[in-house]
Design a protein around this ligand. Structure first.
Ligand code: C5P
Length: 403
């Protein structure tokens, strides 16, 4: 039985037939030591009685933002909780959460909640497969919310397929696993490089690339959530980590990135190099803005330092190094050769040929390659979810690595 002792959980129940399972879910949560505050939409309360839930939770159940003369303080509840779980989550409530529409007690509390939010969708097969639903799920994941995947089987409509709410036991197992994992990198130091580099041509122009820094920032947040001490060397990016514990070192050029990374890596247990470093830079940056004169302007570019290869050479026993590869041709072979050449322990390949993967997208589709030709393909996922997959693989290596 999972141990959730002392955890304060907000349980949101929306209007699906799977709502009848909420009673079992509450019992399991309470048996595992959690405190549960149930919230229901009006449709949810049609499927299971608030009296059943208030008896089980020993707390009044809230079904509306306004209760008689007073209001149910969704802001306070959002701050009280260690986690919010919306189970079952209908297609309609999912869409509201994705859009930030706060017209009922669950969606209003959702917007106020600072805690991790889990969502367990429940709907019919075709609703689940609809592109609008797929997009809404991805949206919630891009906000950092955690999907509890639907099950496959008989649906209330009589159809058979995907869309059933996960069983209460699985939902509790998810929560348990989440808190267990939370400290899985405690005491570990992680260095992450992210974003592009900008190599100056003159005071106003630069050579750069389209990297947004999303993947690296998601990795930094995920590692911090697992208890690691994270240093993020971040090239020019509009993004910054949500987790205030991440130490951000902003840099502009590859040389600055190298300097910051070289300083941090000797003390780190893990280096994850997600930056898209410019391979070349202008030989000289003009001190003043270059004027438009001739028809042709020749830029001479010289090679930048390879940060990954430099750290790879200096890697000590017990340290891990993870690189990225973005390839357009001979993807697997190129990534494998980079793994060797740069002395990585893992390389994360994302292909420009996959729809929705790579620069600037909120999603990514990766293959993780380890030594000895170990290859694992992953589905298209939000970047925060991809970050969790990468860290899971890193942790497997960490466990088997000599100290
Ligand atoms: O650019 P390339 O495909 O070689 O990048 C592979 C890996 O090496 C990535 O992890 C990237 O962050 C890293 N790299 C680096 N310094 C460079 C070029 C790439 O750290 N100058």
């Amino acid at each position: 039985m999972a141990n959730l002792t002392g955890k304060k959980i907000l349980l949101g129940i929306t209007g699906s037939i799977a709502a009848y399972k909420a009673a079992f879910l509450v019992r399991l949560l309470i048996k595992s030591g959690a405190e549960v505050q149930a919230l229901m939409t009006k449709a949810g309360a049609e499927f299971i009685s608030p009296l059943t839930l208030s008896t089980l939770t020993k707390r009044p159940v809230h079904t509306d933002i306004i209760a008689g003369e007073s209001w149910n303080n969704h802001v306070e509840m959002g701050l009280w909780a260690d986690a919010m779980v919306v189970a079952p989550l209908t297609a309609s409530s999912l869409a509201k959460m994705a859009q930030g529409i706060s017209d009922n007690i669950i969606t209003a509390t959702y917007l106020s909640a600072r805690c991790p939010v889990f969502f367990a969708p429940a709907m019919d097969l075709d609703m689940w497969c609809h592109p609008a639903t797929r997009e809404n799920v991805r949206r919630l994941q891009s906000y950092g919310n955690l999907l509890i995947p639907v099950g496959h089987g008989e649906l209330a409509s009589g159809l058979v397929g995907e869309g059933r709410m996960a069983e209460p036991e699985e939902i509790v197992a998810h929560l348990h696993h989440f808190w267990e994992k939370q400290q899985s990198l405690a005491g570990r130091k992680v260095l992450i490089t992210a974003g592009p580099t900008y190599e100056p041509i003159d005071p106003v122009r630069f050579v750069g690339n389209r990297s947004s820094g999303k993947m690296g920032v998601a990795l930094a947040d995920a590692a911090a959530r697992r208890g690691a001490e994270v240093t993020l060397v971040l090239g020019p990016s509009r993004l910054s980590p949500r987790d205030a514990r991440v130490q951000v070192l902003p840099v502009q050029t590859a040389e600055e990135m190298l300097q910051a990374a070289e300083k941090a890596y000797p003390g780190a247990d893990i280096g994850i190099l997600a930056a898209a470093v410019a391979d070349y830079r202008p030989r000289e940056a003009a001190a003043r803005k270059i004027k438009k004169t001739g028809d042709v302007l020749k830029l001479e570019l010289i090679k930048n330092p390879d940060i990954a290869a430099t750290l790879g050479q200096r890697k000590k026993t017990g340290q891990l190094l993870v690189g990225f590869a973005l390839e357009t041709d001979n993807e697997l072979a190129n990534a494998q050769s980079k793994l060797e050449k740069k002395n990585f322990d893992l390389i994360v390949l994302n292909s420009l040929q996959d729809q929705g993967a790579g620069f600037n997208y909120d999603t990514n589709k990766i293959t993780i390659i380890g030594k000895g030709n170990k290859i694992r393909d992953f589905e298209l996922k939000s970047k925060p979810a991809v970050a969790e997959d990468i860290l899971d693989e890193v942790e497997v290596l960490l466990k088997n690595k000599p100290e």
